[in-house]
Structure formats: structure tokens, C-alpha cells
Design a protein around this ligand. Structure first.
Ligand SMILES: [Zn+2]
Length: 334
């Protein structure tokens, strides 16, 4: 159907040209083409600005996945992708947020043995997530191996810090906090990663722990809680872009075995209305394997649905890219 229809259009055009005097025909046929090209160029140039959050987000994703080989052990956001992520974040936050959709960040805590399979599930849906790792437990039973961690990073996901051994930071002395956060980050860097964001264990954080995260060179850090849910109907549906406090980025409570799919969908719907970033917190992903587990089916169903929200301006980005976090070397003496 299409090719023959196209041919018909072409031949009609030729017929018209032949019936006109040559000079007039040249003007009459080239002028509309020139005008049309100019209009089209103007429209395409303006399009990203008209659709904040969509096109820049897609561009950032393409950049991040540009060099899977070159990515090596680095995090998803090489310089370019991070910069694009920041621009997308800024645009979505400042311009017409009601039409911008939301940035959803899928985060997975504790360096669990189920995470390489989780990463592959995300990849099947064309998404990249953030994996928060405790370097002190890598290689232990039910935890990620170094090889598993490297595979996740190679596929373009973000690797972030989650402290050495997962203690409650506010209960520690300043020296212990620094050891938990800085030594963990130092180890990730020694392993070849570029951690730009941290997740506080148990979402347990106070002003001292935030200051320690900054001192250890983290450009942003994720809390747990603070966004809208059953227990807090008046809380905001998403954190702002840029976040209200980039070293205590808010989330809904973490996903557990009893979390229904409709709750996750509602959180995305609400975030789309307000605009901003919606980080979702997962731990283990396996069937009936504990209080902090989500079933593989829930994740699969949710991601399948989430992918369709792109037409509503919603994009999925690793948290570091969503908030424009940059990798900074560990400060001297920390
Ligand atoms: Zn944790």
C-alpha cells in the first residue's frame, strides 16, 4: 500500500511541474519546499522545549548507554549523561511541571544476590536503575559478588554507596560515621566505580550524618520516606527538582511483599501531576523471601506498565542522573 501510494504522489508532482513554464515552475515548486523546510526546522528545534522531561531524558539515556564497553566499572552517568540528566531535571522542575510528567528512579538497596537478575529485568524494559551497595558485605552469603556488581555496572546502571556494614548512622560517633561512609566510598572508587550518590541505611539520617555524606564527597543522598503514602496523605507526591535537600532526597516507604501494584501506579500518577522526581525503594526481589522483598512478578508488571507512561512525559533515570549528581573525588584527609 504505502510504496505505491508514495509513487503516485511523486508522479503527480512531476506531472504538475511539466505543465508549467520552466521559470515559474522553479519558483512555485522550490518556494513552498524552502518554507516548509524552514517551518519544520523551527518546529524540531522548539520541540525539546515544548516537551520538557521527555526528549532530554531520552537523550540522557542514549548517552549513558552509548559505550557499554567503555563504561567498564564506572557508573552509568559518564560526564555527558550526567550533564544531560541535570539539564533534563532542571527543565522538568522549572517549566510547566504539570505537563512534564515525572522522573521515576528505581533504587535497589543492600547489594543483594538477586540484583543481577533485577538489572537484567530493567534492561529488558529499556531502563536503568541505581544499586546501593555495602562494600563490607559484598561476597557474603545472599549478597552480590564483585563479579555480579561489575556486570550490573557494565550494563549502565548507577552504583551508589550504602555504607560499609549497614549501621544506623545517627547512633555512631563522628569518626565512626566517617569510616562507614568514606571508607565504603573509597572502596567503591578503588574497585573502579564513580559513586555520586549515597543511600542512608534504614533511611536513618540526621544533620551529622548528612554532613558526613557531604564531607565524603557525595553530591546527593537518598533518605527513605517523606513522600505521600497512606500514613501521610498530605506529603508531596514527589521530591522537587532540584531536591529540597539534595542530601536527604525523599521517597515513599520501601516496597515490600504486601505492596500492591496499584499503590506503585498511584504514586506515579500523583508524581506526574506534581512533576519532580519519584525515587522508589526496593531491596531483595524474590518470591516470599522476607519482609523487605518484592516479588519478581510485581516488578515485571510494574515496569511493563511504567514503560507506557513515557507517552505521558514520564521517564526512568538512575537517581544520580535524575538530580544531576556529579562524581567528585574523595576529599583529602577523609
Ligand atoms: Zn539498606
Amino acid at each position: 500500500m504505502l510504496p505505491s501510494a508514495a509513487r503516485r504522489v511523486v508522479s503527480t508532482d512531476r506531472t504538475v511541474r511539466r505543465t508549467r513554464p520552466p521559470a515559474t515552475a522553479a519558483v512555485l515548486t522550490t518556494l513552498p519546499v524552502v518554507l516548509l523546510t524552514a517551518l519544520l526546522t523551527a518546529f524540531l528545534t522548539a520541540l525539546p522545549a515544548m516537551l520538557p522531561g521527555t526528549l532530554p531524558g531520552v537523550a540522557a539515556r542514549a548517552d549513558g548507554q552509548g559505550g557499554p564497553g567503555a563504561a567498564g566499572h564506572r557508573t552509568a552517568g559518564g560526564g555527558g549523561a550526567e550533564a544531560d540528566g541535570a539539564r533534563a531535571a532542571g527543565a522538568a522542575g522549572t517549566r510547566a511541571p504539570k505537563r512534564a510528567g515525572a522522573i521515576v528512579s528505581l533504587t535497589f538497596d543492600d547489594g543483594d544476590a538477586t540484583h543481577p537478575a533485577v538489572a537484567r529485568t530493567l534492561e529488558r524494559h529499556g531502563m536503568r536503575g541505581t544499586f546501593y551497595v555495602n562494600t563490607g558485605t559484598v561476597g557474603r552469603e545472599r549478597k552480590l559478588t564483585r563479579r555480579g556488581l561489575a556486570a550490573i555496572a557494565r550494563a549502565g546502571h548507577e552504583i551508589g554507596g550504602h555504607t560499609l556494614t549497614h549501621l544506623r548512622l545517627p547512633e555512631l560517633s563522628a569518626a565512626e560515621q566517617r569510616a562507614q561512609i568514606c571508607d565504603d566510598r573509597r572502596k567503591l572508587v578503588a574497585w573502579g566505580y564513580r559513586p555520586a550518590t549515597l543511600a542512608y541505611p534504614f533511611g536513618s539520617v540526621d544533620a551529622r550524618a548528612e554532613a558526613a555524606a557531604r564531607r565524603c564527597g557525595y553530591d546527593a543522598a537518598r533518605d527513605v520516606g517523606g513522600l505521600r503514602e497512606f500514613s501521610c496523605p498530605a506529603c508531596p507526591a514527589a521530591d522537587t527538582l532540584p531536591p529540597r535537600d539534595r542530601h536527604a532526597i525523599r521517597t515513599a516507604s520501601s516496597v515490600g511483599p504486601d505492596t500492591p501494584l496499584r499503590r506503585l501506579k498511584q504514586q506515579v500518577f500523583d508524581a506526574e501531576k506534581s512533576g519532580g522526581v519519584l525515587p522508589l525503594v526496593f531491596h531483595r526481589v524474590c518470591e516470599g523471601c522476607g519482609d523487605y522483598s518484592a516479588s519478581p512478578k510485581l516488578l515485571e508488571d510494574f515496569l511493563g506498565w511504567l514503560a507506557t507512561r513515557e507517552s505521558h512525559g514520564t521517564v526512568v533515570l538512575p537517581l544520580g542522573e535524575a538530580v544531576g549528581a556529579r562524581y567528585r573525588p574523595l576529599p583529602r584527609g577523609e
